[in-house]
Design a protein around this ligand. Structure first.
Ligand code: SAM
Length: 241
C-alpha cells in the first residue's frame, strides 16, 4: 500500500486535477500513491453552506469556522482508518507555520498518510488548529490567498519521494537541495541552439570528468546564488573530515 495524501479544502476539484496529472497521476494509476481531495463546505451545518464569519475583535476579512473543518477532518480520519491505515499526520497550511524545506519533505515522506488542511480568506479559527494540528507549515515568507498551492507543494514534494513514483531513485538524489547544494546546469539536444553550445565535457563521454564538472558547477552555483546554503554545506563537510 503506497503513501496516501488527503487534502481538506474549499477547492477540491482544482487540487485533484493537479494531482491527477503527469508523474503523480501515473503513479496513482499504478497504485504507488493515493490522493483524495475533500470539500470542507460539505460539512457545514447552516442552510447557506457558509464556511466563514467576521473575526471576533474586529478587523478586515473573514475567518473560517472551526466546525466544518473539524467534521471534515474527523470523516477523513475515519475513511483513512477504514482503509486499514493508522490515523493520518495532520498538517495545517498557514503563513505563520514553520518554513518548509526538502528536509521536511524527506521527514514527511516517512508517514503512511498525511492530511493537509487549507485555509482561505483571513485564515482559520485558531481553536480547530489547536485541536487537530500535528504541525503547521508555511511554504515561504509570503502570503497566498489560500492554502491550496501550499498543500500541493507539500503533497508533490513528498509524493515524488515515494518508491515507484520517479523512474529512478537517483533522480531525486542528484537534484537541488537533496544534499544541501543546488543542482548543476542541464542540457539536451541540439548541441548548438541559437549560437549557444553545450559545454564540451558533457559530449566527451568521459564519465569521471563529467562527474567532476557537475560537482564543481553545483558548488559554484550554490556559493554564488545561495551563500547561506554554501556556508552550511562547508560546515558539514568540515565536520566529516
Ligand atoms: N491572516 C493570515 C496571516 O496573516 O498569517 C493569512 C491568511 S491567508 C490570506 C489565507 C490562507 O492561505 C491561510 O489560512 C493558509 O491556509 C494559506 N496560506 C497563505 N500563505 C501561506 C503560506 N506562506 N504557506 C502556507 N499556507 C499559506
Amino acid at each position: 500500500m503506497g503513501m496516501r495524501v488527503d487534502i481538506a479544502t474549499l477547492f477540491p476539484q482544482e487540487c485533484q486535477n493537479y494531482l491527477d496529472q503527469s508523474i503523480l497521476g501515473r503513479a496513482a494509476a499504478r497504485g504507488y500513491i493515493e490522493t483524495h481531495c475533500h470539500q470542507i463546505r460539505d460539512y457545514t451545518l447552516n442552510k447557506q453552506k457558509q464556511t466563514d464569519d467576521y473575526p471576533y475583535g474586529g478587523g478586515c476579512g473573514m475567518v473560517m469556522y472551526a466546525q466544518p473543518i473539524a467534521d471534515c477532518i474527523r470523516e477523513i480520519n475515519r475513511q483513512v482508518e477504514e482503509s486499514g491505515r493508522s490515523k493520518p499526520h495532520v498538517i495545517f497550511m498557514t503563513a505563520a507555520g514553520k518554513r518548509y524545506s526538502e528536509e521536511d519533505a524527506k521527514r514527511l515522506a516517512e508517514y503512511d498518510s498525511l492530511l493537509l488542511v487549507c485555509g482561505h480568506y483571513e485564515g482559520i479559527d485558531e481553536r480547530v488548529i489547536e485541536a487537530f494540528a500535528d504541525e503547521e507549515i508555511s511554504i515561504g515568507d509570503y502570503v497566498l490567498t489560500g492554502g491550496e498551492l501550499a498543500a500541493l507543494v507539500v503533497a508533490d514534494s513528498v509524493l515524488r519521494l515515494q518508491p515507484g513514483v520517479l523512474a529512478e531513485e537517483k533522480g531525486y538524489q542528484e537534484e537541488s537541495h537533496w544534499n544541501g547544494l543546488l543542482e548543476y546546469p542541464q542540457y539536451t539536444r541540439p548541441e548548438v541552439w541559437e549560437g549557444r553550445t553545450v559545454p564540451g565535457v558533457l559530449l566527451s563521454g568521459h564519465h569521471a570528468n563529467i562527474q567532476k564538472w557537475r560537482q564543481e558547477q553545483s558548488l559554484e552555483r550554490t556559493r554564488v546564488r545561495r551563500p547561506d546554503l554554501y556556508a552550511l554545506y562547508e560546515e558539514k563537510e568540515k565536520g566529516t573530515k
